[in-house]
Write a protein that binds this ligand. Structure first.
Ligand code: HEM
Length: 397
């Protein structure tokens, strides 16, 4: 994209490699940018992205309202949709139900378990010269935690890891037919699997989130069976594919800013603001989309009903109107109103859990391996939406 007038193409390999210069060009020259080829608006200013997410009346999360929506073939039509892609009043009902089972208190109680899982994973690395930090630490930690929290056996980890990896390909717009088939297959397989676990918990309740969600259903609230499956599917996938990027991407950002890395090592109490700054600087979810529910105006441009509007969270997080010196990583930055977890009614349910995991994992990793450094080229993930690392080779000693 030579000028702001040219079309922003998120799938251009140069954009995939480093999108930030492009985000900046758009934010400065064309902050409400229309790509006529893929018929999508792209928002890059913090104020516009916040408005998009807060105004759930004018901007719908229901993708079936998009002019570009192509319904799946009838034999692939899935059951209930998750709360991420429905509007009030359905969203309100689903979110209230899960809020009952997924409370901040429940998350805080996980602290000792997160510490012990982190310590075990780090123990296993001791003595290794080099390792892939994604496979050995950043991935297993959140996966073990969400599996235990939900109540799915951690021994089945490899199976839902595979399904989850396929499912997230379906989040990028414009996936090809073959990928879409694989996404449908993975969704059906994961849902069958979850159906089995839910049936078991109905027979034999346990102290886990699935049992909590079943109880919420049985108290007369209307969490139907299909909705319960969709909810567990969402929680499992969200728990798999996001925090891993925060831990791995956050570690890489620290390794590339040694002054900030030293600062966190010297002052582990900085973990809270450090994690917020890493969320701002390397947001695991790059963007999220809505559909215009009516003819409307945003940032001075007219948007027609049914058009897709994408808010680039990563671009909003570097808006100099809100963040002084936005391209500088400053672990003490406070306040830090980044939008890495979204805004408004769909604000990330798992935010307290993701924060706690990263606040524990990063200082433990740095304390355990004082000579930690890069050892080879990090490998990016192939998805644009969930930007992160597939591999992060590091030397430990
Ligand atoms: C660093 C890690 C994470 C990041 C950056 C992240 C990011 C986000 C974002 C941006 C949204 C809003 C999407 C939108 O408005 O369209 C969201 C929603 C959501 N997240 Fe997360 N997430 C993370 C971890 C988690 C975890 C660990 C869980 C589950 C345990 C989770 C569960 C959810 C759910 C259920 C929603 C939908 C909420 C709703 O529609 O009301 N997330 N997340």
């Amino acid at each position: 994209m030579a000028t702001a007038e040219a079309q922003f193409n998120p799938f251009d390999p140069a954009v995939m490699a480093d999108p930030y210069p492009y985000y900046r060009l758009m934010r400065e020259g064309d902050p409400v940018h229309w790509n006529g080829t893929i018929r999508t608006w792209f928002l890059t200013r913090h104020a516009d992205v916040s408005e998009l997410l807060r105004d759930d009346r004018r901007f719908s999360a229901d993708r079936t309202r998009s002019e570009r929506y192509v319904p799946p073939p009838p034999e692939r039509a899935r059951g209930a949709r998750s709360m991420l892609v429905v509007d009030p009043p359905d969203h309100t009902r689903l979110r209230n139900l899960v809020n009952k089972a997924f409370t901040p208190r429940m998350v805080e109680q996980l602290r000792p378990r997160i510490e012990s899982v982190s310590a075990d994973l780090l123990d296993r690395l001791a003595g290794e010269g080099e390792t892939d930090l994604v496979a050995q630490f950043a991935y297993p930690l959140p996966v073990i935690v969400i599996a235990e929290m939900l109540g799915v056996p951690a021994r089945d980890r490899m199976r839902f890891q595979e399904w989850s990896a396929v499912l997230i390909r379906g989040l990028d717009p414009f996936v090809d037919a073959e990928t879409l088939e694989r996404v449908f297959d993975a969704r059906e397989a994961l849902n069958d699997y979850l159906n089995g676990i839910i049936a078991e918990r109905r027979r034999q309740p346990a102290a886990d989130l699935i049992t909590g969600l079943i109880a919420a259903e049985e108290e007369g609230d209307a969490l139907g069976h299909g909705e319960l499956v969709a909810m567990c599917n969402l929680l499992l996938v969200a728990g798999h594919e996001t925090t891993v990027s925060l831990i791995a991407g956050g570690t890489l950002a620290l390794l590339r800013h040694p002054d900030q890395l030293d600062r966190l090592r010297r002052e582990p109490a900085l973990a809270r603001t450090a994690v917020e700054e890493l969320l701002r600087f390397v947001p695991p979810v790059q963007w999220t989309g809505r559909v215009a529910a009516e003819e409307l105006e945003i940032g001075g441009r007219r948007v027609s009903p049914g058009q897709s509007v994408v808010g680039i969270l990563a671009a909003a997080n570097r808006d100099p109107e809100v963040f002084p010196d936005p391209d500088r990583l400053d672990l003490g930055r406070d306040p830090n109103p980044h939008v890495a977890f979204g805004r408004g009614i769909h604000f990330c349910l798992g935010a307290p859990l993701a924060r706690l995991e990263a606040q524990i994992a990063l200082p433990m990793l740095l304390a355990r391996f004082p000579a930690l450094r890069e050892a080879g080229t990090p490998e990016p993930r192939p998805t644009w939406n969930l930007r992160g690392l597939a591999r992060l080779p590091v030397a430990l000693g």
